[in-house]
Write a protein that binds this ligand. Structure first.
Ligand code: FEO
Length: 403
C-alpha cells in the first residue's frame, strides 16, 4: 500500500524508511533507522525530485504511482547520485521511459560510471543559476559541490520558497509516520542523530557548507526538503544555526568530552577521577567515553558538540592504543578544529602515548592544548601524585570554561 505525505498543496513526500540497515554507508551504526526522501510536484508538468535507496524501492515506486494517479512523469530532478538516492533510477526509467532528467554534468557522468544506461536526449545538464518552469512553479538550480559529493546540486522553487537541499540539513533516524521537524521533539529526541549524520557524512566539508549557507541566506526559504530526515517548515533558524556552528567547527556547548583508552582500567580510573574533580568544581556538562566500546561516529559527533576534549590513552606497542589512534585519524579526516584539549598518558614502561597524541593534535587546525603538553603521566596505576596532577588539570579546565 502506498504511504506518502503531503508537504504543500501540490508537493508530496514519496520516500521510505529503512529500519533494517545496520550500518549506513556500511560504516555508521543505525539504531533508529534512516529515511530516504523523495518528492513529487504536481504542476502542469509532473516532477519527481530524486529516487530512493533500493531497500525502500518498492514502497517508493508505489508512492510515486499513487501521487501521479495515472499522470505521466514528465521530469526527474537528480540532486545527488549516491546510491542511497539514485539506486531506484532504473525503476523509474522502466515505468516512465519518456521522463526528462535534470542534473549537473558531473551527476550524468557519475551515473554512467555506476552503469546506468541514461542517454543524452533525455538528460538536461544544468549549472548554477539555470532555471526551469513546470507550469505554476519555477525553479532555480544551485550547485552544492562536496555537500557531500562533487556532483550535488539543490533546487529552489521560487513559487513557494521550497529548497530541495540534497544531503544538507539531513539526519539519521526514520520518520515513523511523521514528516515535519515540528512533529518531533527535535531538540530533545533528534538533534544527536542530526549531529552524528552531519559530523560524519558532511563534517569534512565545512567550507563548502558555508558557501551553500551564504547562498541560502540570500533567498527566502519557507520549506527545507532534505534527502534524509524531517522536512523543515517552522523555526528554520534553529537548524540553519546548528549548521552554521557545525560548518565553522564552532562548539555548540561549553563542556568537556573525556575519551579514554584503557586496557585494565587504570587509565579509565584516571579519567573517572578527572570527571569527578570537574563535577566538584561545578563543571557538570561532561561526557566520558571508552574509546574501545564506543563507535567512532558517536565520538566524532560529540567532538562537534563540546568545546573541550580530554584524551587519555595507554601506550600500546610504543604507540597510541589502536582505537584512540583511529579516533584521532578520523578527527583529522573530518577536519575537526578549534577545540581546547588536554592529554593524559599511561604506560608501564616507555610511555609514548602523550607525545604521540600531541603530535596528532598538532596536525589539526587550531587545537589548543591547555595546562601542560601532557597533563598527567600515569605509570601503570594512578598514584597520589597523579591525583594531584588530575586536580590541577580540573582546575585549569574549569578556569578555561569560565572565561
Ligand atoms: Fe544520502 Fe550522500 O547520500
Amino acid at each position: 500500500m502506498n504511504c506518502y505525505r503531503k508537504v504543500t498543496d501540490d508537493l508530496y513526500w514519496v520516500g521510505g524508511n529503512d529500519r533494517r540497515l545496520a550500518l549506513f554507508e556500511n560504516i555508521h551504526p543505525l539504531y533508529h533507522g534512516v529515511s530516504y526522501n523523495a518528492y513529487v510536484l504536481l504542476d502542469e508538468k509532473t516532477v519527481l525530485f530524486d529516487t530512493a535507496d533500493w531497500a525502500v524501492g518498492r514502497q517508493f515506486i508505489e508512492n510515486v504511482k499513487a501521487v501521479l494517479n495515472g499522470r505521466p512523469l514528465d521530469y526527474l530532478v537528480i540532486h545527488h547520485v549516491e546510491p542511497d538516492h539514485a539506486a531506484s533510477l532504473e525503476e523509474i526509467l522502466l515505468r516512465w521511459p519518456d521522463v526528462q532528467m535534470i542534473m549537473t554534468p558531473k551527476a550524468a557522468a557519475f551515473l554512467r560510471n555506476f552503469g546506468y544506461e541514461i542517454g543524452k536526449d533525455n538528460v538536461r545538464e544544468v549549472k548554477e543559476g539555470d532555471t526551469a518552469s513546470f507550469g505554476r512553479h519555477s525553479v532555480t538550480f544551485i550547485t552544492a559541490a562536496m555537500v557531500h559529493w562533487p556532483e550535488v546540486m539543490m533546487t529552489y522553487d521560487t513559487t513557494n520558497s521550497v529548497l530541495f537541499s540534497a544531503d544538507a540539513f539531513g539526519s539519521f533516524r526514520s520518520l515513523d509516520g511523521k514528516l515535519f521537524a515540528d512533529e518531533f521533539d527535535f531538540d530533545g529526541e533528534w538533534i544527536d542523530d542530526a549531529r552524528r549524520y552531519y559530523a560524519n557524512i558532511v563534517g569534512k566539508y565545512g567550507q563548502q557548507v558555508q558557501a551553500v549557507l551564504k547562498k541560502a541566506a540570500k533567498i527566502d526559504i519557507k520549506y527545507i526538503c532534505p534527502l534524509h530526515g524531517p522536512v523543515w517548515r517552522k523555526d528554520l533558524g534553529y537548524i540553519v544555526g546548528k549548521h552554521q556552528l557545525w560548518s565553522t567547527y564552532t562548539p555548540e556547548e561549553k563542556g568537556v568530552m573525556i575519551v579514554y583508552a584503557s586496557m585494565y582500567g587504570n587509565t579509565e580510573n584516571t579519567a573517572e577521577l578527572l570527571a569527578a574533580k570537574l563535577a566538584e568544581k561545578g563543571v557538570t556538562n561532561t561526557r566520558l567515553y571508552d574509546v574501545s566500546s564506543t563507535h567512532v561516529s558517536y565520538l566524532i559527533s560529540d567532538v562537534f558538540k563540546y568545546s573541550h576534549l580530554v584524551l587519555a590513552s595507554v601506550t600500546y606497542n610504543l604507540g597510541v592504543f589502536p582505537p584512540m589512534h583511529d579516533f584521532l585519524a578520523d578527527m583529522k579526516a573530518l577536519n575537526v578544529q578549534n577545540r581546547t584539549c588536554a592529554i593524559i598518558e599511561n604506560g608501564s614502561w616507555a610511555i609514548q602515548s602523550g607525545k604521540l597524541i600531541k603530535e596528532a593534535l598538532s596536525g589539526m587546525k587550531n587545537m589548543t592544548i591547555i595546562h601542560d603538553d601532557v597533563s598527567v603521566t600515569v605509570t601503570s596505576g594512578c598514584s597520589e601524585r597523579n591525583a594531584a596532577d588530575v586536580e590541577a588539570l580540573a582546575d585549569a579546565i574549569a578556569a578555561d570554561l569560565s572565561k
